[in-house]
Design a protein around this ligand. Structure first.
Ligand SMILES: C[S@@+](CC[C@H](N)C(=O)[O-])C[C@H]1O[C@@H](n2cnc3c(N)ncnc32)[C@H](O)[C@@H]1O
Length: 255
């Protein structure tokens, strides 16, 4: 039987790797690397660095494949569905042709595989379709949300309260009415600048856990413009940006 490991590698700092992930890395024969063919080379580099640093006394190989990109401009959910179908074809080819019987393959997932990542959904779809057989395990990683909270030294929730984890796209529909703490990911549009909520506090972080890390916190109305400017400059300097933020209502110290 072929075996696959979906290993969460943490969201930036190679020190985020867990002991369980190190043990898993040391079982792998083939690492599958999906290349988006853009300036996110640093993210691919980090995966290679992790292997060099944590694997000892064992041969392994990398197999790279071009990663399909989402069609821009059309309906979002449909485009994501198409993207995942295209990715499924790539995964099927990799697992079918590049992994031998009895071998162990791995996908190194940024942060944690449970959070805004399609790897698990795609593997489940492949098994459902029944053209390939394999077993797989999931190794959790430190997500960008945990890294953000740690770097700002804040809890994500207020005492006994809920948090919501959402996207910039959803936040654009308005700050949720039933929670006071909201974590926002995948926001390409500076949605925080369009919220009319004078009591909101923001904890923002870009490239958290990496040498390029930037952190800004404060009353949203006081720091929003600074974050937008900093974000724009960082994106121009690096060619890409990944940022996450926690918004907290009615509280200026985050506890
Ligand atoms: C496709 S999601 C993947 C999330 C990932 N699975 C995780 O556990 O963090 C990508 C989004 O995660 C956030 N992100 C990932 N790494 C980050 C980092 N080091 N610093 C800030 N935000 C990050 C950004 O919001 C980015 O748009």
């Amino acid at each position: 039987m072929k075996k696959l490991l979906v290993i969460g590698i943490g969201a930036g700092d190679p020190d985020y790797i867990t002991l369980q992930a190190v043990k898993a890395l040391n079982q792998v024969d083939v690492f599958f690397i999906l290349d988006k063919g853009n300036s996110k080379d640093k993210l691919i580099h980090l995966r290679r660095e992790i292997c060099e640093r944590y694997i000892s006394g064992r041969d392994y190989r990398f197999v790279e494949a071009g990663s399909p990109e989402r069609e821009r401009g059309g309906e979002y959910d449909a485009a994501v569905k198409d993207l995942n179908l295209a990715k499924q074809q790539v995964f099927e080819r990799l697992i079918g042709e590049e992994l031998g019987e009895g071998e162990c393959g791995a996908f190194l997932v940024w942060g944690d595989p449970s959070l805004y990542d399609s790897t698990l959904r795609i593997l489940q779809a492949i098994l459902r379709d029944g053209r390939l057989a394999f077993e797989y395990e999931v190794i959790p990683g430190i997500s960008s949300i945990q890294a953000l909270a740690a770097r700002h030294k804040v809890p994500l929730n207020r005492i006994g309260r809920s948090i919501e984890i959402t996207t910039g796209r959803r936040l654009a529909e308005g700050f949720p009415s039933n929670v006071d703490s909201v974590v926002v990911m995948l926001d390409a549009e500076d949605t925080y600048t369009r919220l009319d909520a004078p009591d909101l506090y923001i904890y923002w972080g870009a490239y958290v856990g990496t040498p390029d890390e930037i952190l800004i916190a404060g009353k949203l109305k006081d720091v929003a413009a600074d974050i937008a400017r900093t974000r724009q400059q960082a994106r121009e300097a690096n060619g890409w940006i990944m940022d996450t933020y926690l918004l907290r209502r009615g509280d200026d110290e985050g506890v």
